[in-house]
Design a protein around this ligand. Structure first.
Ligand code: ATP
Length: 213
């Protein structure tokens, strides 16, 4: 394959970590090849989508053979830059924030929460899951350019003001777990995960479309 990788569509890029995790497990169990049907079953993405996704990676499955696991793994490693750890700061050490700090994406070796912030004096100065918790007043002092990503688990009412400070500080991406819709300049990327809405929509689908198509 040439070193120039074609631009991968965003929807495909979002599935990369999912494929990658599954392929690492396959590789660890000694498997050399995998079919799109097997992948589909494991990651719950339909085989046609998998074939299309993989064609962007320059991986063309062969009929009756499937995909070469090593080839795919080396592609994912390069693309997801596993060697390069992306440092993340978390804001709001409440129930959800605490859970993330304890979890700290430990199965995902290319992202790491390195510091957390809160306004509650009882939390400031502690460490949670090995991560130091600083006062929000220290944001400008502590957050430096090598921390491009912020996770927001603060109350919704605090989210926009905090976001403005993060933007001024040069943050590049925000994973927003608050229900607030954030206003940011175009060059900042926000991924919004509203767990309450996800759950509600799941329940709605169960009621209205009982069997998956
Ligand atoms: P969760 O929503 O995570 O379940 P919770 O119900 O425990 O949290 P929230 O009131 O949502 O508590 O607050 C989450 C955390 O955010 C708390 O620890 C709170 O002290 C902290 N917090 C509140 N305002 C801010 C702020 N402006 N910046 C940083 N942290 C904040």
């Amino acid at each position: 394959m040439s070193n120039e990788q074609p631009k991968i569509p965003q929807a495909t890029a979002k599935r990369l970590p999912l494929y990658y995790r599954f392929l690492k497990n396959l590789h660890a169990s000694g498997k050399q090849r995998v079919s799109s049907a097997e992948l589909s079953e494991a990651v719950k993405v339909d085989p046609a989508t998998i074939r299309r996704d993989f064609s962007y990676f320059g991986a063309l499955g062969k009929k009756g053979y499937g995909y070469n696991v090593n080839y795919l793994l080396s592609f994912f490693r390069r693309t997801l830059e596993e060697d390069e750890v992306t440092e993340v700061a978390l804001f709001g050490v409440g129930n959800l924030g605490t859970a993330f700090l304890n979890y700290n994406f430990s199965k995902n070796n290319n992202t790491k929460i390195v510091m957390a912030f809160d306004v509650d004096e009882r939390k400031v100065g502690t460490t949670v899951g090995g991560v130091p918790v600083y006062h929000l007043d220290e944001l400008e002092k502590r957050l430096h350019e090598n921390i491009p990503v912020a996770i927001l688990t603060v109350p919704a009412a605090a989210a926009q003001a905090l976001t403005d400070r993060l933007v001024a500080q040069g943050i590049k991406g925000i994973l927003n777990f608050t229900p607030a819709r954030l206003n940011v300049p175009n060059h900042i990327r926000v991924h919004h995960i509203d767990l309450a809405i996800e759950l509600q929509s799941l329940v709605y689908f169960l009621k209205n479309y009982p069997s998956p198509s």
